[in-house]
Design a binder for this molecule. Structure first.
Ligand code: EPU
Length: 441
């Protein structure tokens, strides 16, 4: 199977991008559908590899799931018969550990492997497991098999406070909370808008979830049953990828639809960098090059800050800035796999040391004192980029590499297309529509 892109770079991109549905909502709404009775119809589900892998996984458990239109998925889990996620399915996709929620609710007991997914740091689930235990669930881990075994003897209730917030952790504990006969309270939760969309979906089917800043309360709900199809939100990560690429290429592209509050920190920083940004209508934005790009330093942080998923795309824009800029990654370790690859194109990027006063608090991963971390890079802008052979090792880094090749002179090969396509729907078609030269080889 063709798993590389052949890219001829150097063209300014022009046109319009219609955003696909958000990967990080699609995956969770599909998993939560296994807690519903009867048919669940989800609209705007992107046909990306992560979604297709998850569909294979839930089918292996006995669930029916089929696309009835290009982006409309119909799920029925009435015949869910298996409480063990097989490794060949679970290891492909990190969110497989979220199946704890539906499997516990259906069987009271389940076996779930240690999660797979992008290698952007150790990505442990220690805080999440602690949360499950705090809600009354017994969880054992067998290091020989790499499997978690979870069991409930009574319906979950009680309180849990995340030491540091976790996005999927918040969502999983909330979904586990749906089984409560009383009340589940989760504190210091993540505030990503994708979580709000999941809550909207659950509540529209009879759940009783309320959210304030940093806190979620789940009260006893009626049996979950969908009343009407649910349309998931569009993908803000996709917007950032195409917007930075557009401006870096000297182009002019309209992107949407998406609500302004979901991307406001990004829009602000684009303006600071001197990019043309205009809200034109109906949640659509025009991004365009309007002269020299200014270097802007960023520090990633959870919502409403500058998202970690956006920093590889920011690096691409900063390759074209007049001067040097710094990116400091606070959420994940090891999210700079694109650096060595970009150097192959002639980019000047170095890791730099930055003193942080209280790193245990400052970083969102579990910081270890005696370990060496590489969390900051300095990018020297305005270097000419030439062609190269690049290798993708994680999703967002992959998008950055394909975009960099679109900016570079000559023909490049980017290997690992299937990793990028875990999260980007119709990437080749969308780039071609904007006038970019790309094909799968
Ligand atoms: N962490 C732990 N222990 C835990 C949970 C998290 O150490 O028990 C650490 C993580 O390793 C990370 C930090 O805490 O360093 C924050 O992780 P979080 O749990 O919030 O991230 P996640 O839920 O694994 C989701 C998205 C990511 C996105 C982050 C931040 C999904 C499927 N994934 O990951 O998306 O970057 O939240 O918003 O929703 C992507 O789409 O490419 C992607 C990586």
């Amino acid at each position: 199977m063709a798993d590389s892109y052949l890219i001829k770079g150097g063209k300014p991109l022009k046109g319009e991008i219609i955003l696909s549905g958000a990967k990080n909502v699609a995956l969770k709404t599909i998993i939560a559908a296994l807690m519903f009775k009867g048919d669940v119809i989800l609209k705007n589900i992107p046909r990306i590899n992560d979604v297709l892998d998850l569909i294979e996984l839930i089918k292996s458990l006995g669930v029916k799931a089929d696309f009835i239109e290009k982006n409309t998925l119909k799920i029925n889990s009435n015949n869910l018969k298996n409480n063990r996620v097989e490794l060949q399915y679970g290891s492909k996709i990190r969110v497989s550990f979220m199946l704890f929620a539906p499997l516990l609710s259906r069987f009271g007991e389940c076996f779930v492997p240690n999660p797979g997914g992008c290698r952007i740091g150790a990505r442990p689930i220690d805080r999440i497991v602690k949360g499950l235990v705090a809600l009354g669930i017994k969880v054992d881990y067998d290091p020989d098999t790499g499997y978690y075994h979870a069991k409930i003897s009574k319906k979950p209730d009680g309180k849990y406070r995340f030491e540091k917030p976790s996005h999927t952790g918040t969502e999983l504990l909330m979904m586990v909370g749906l089984m409560t006969e009383g009340k589940v309270e989760i504190d210091n939760v993540a505030n990503e808008p994708e979580i709000d969309d999941l809550i909207l979906y659950l509540n529209s089917a009879g759940a009783n979830v309320s959210k304030e800043i940093n806190k979620i309360i789940v009260s006893k709900s009626i049996e979950l049953k969908q009343k009407e199809p649910f349309t998931i939100m569009t993908d803000r990560n996709e917007l950032v990828t195409y917007a930075t690429l557009t401006v870096a290429s000297g182009g002019d592209v309209i992107i949407g639809p998406i609500a302004e509050n979901l991307v406001s920190s990004f829009l602000e920083i684009m303006k600071e960098a001197g990019a043309g940004v205009e809200e034109i209508s109906n949640y659509k934005y025009r991004f365009y090059y309007k002269g020299g790009i200014r270097p802007v330093n960023i520090e990633t942080s959870p919502h409403p800050g500058f998202m970690t998923d956006w920093q590889p795309s920011w690096a691409i824009l900063m390759l074209k800035a007049k001067g040097s800029s710094v990116i400091h990654e606070r959420v994940f370790e090891n999210r700079f796999s694109y650096v060595e690859e970009l150097k192959k194109l002639g980019a000047k990027i170095d890791f730099v040391n930055v003193n942080v006063e209280n790193p245990e608090f400052f970083y969102h991963f579990n910081f270890e004192k005696d370990r060496e971390y590489k969390q900051t890079i300095k990018i020297q802008g305005e270097e000419d980029l030439h062609n190269a052979i690049l290798n993708i090792s994680d999703l967002r880094a992959g998008a950055a590499l394909a975009c960099a090749a679109l900016l570079a002179d000559g023909e490049s090969i980017v290997n690992g297309a299937s990793i990028l396509e875990r999260g980007y729907e119709d990437f080749v078609e969308k780039i071609k529509k904007l006038g970019g030269e790309i094909k799968k080889v």
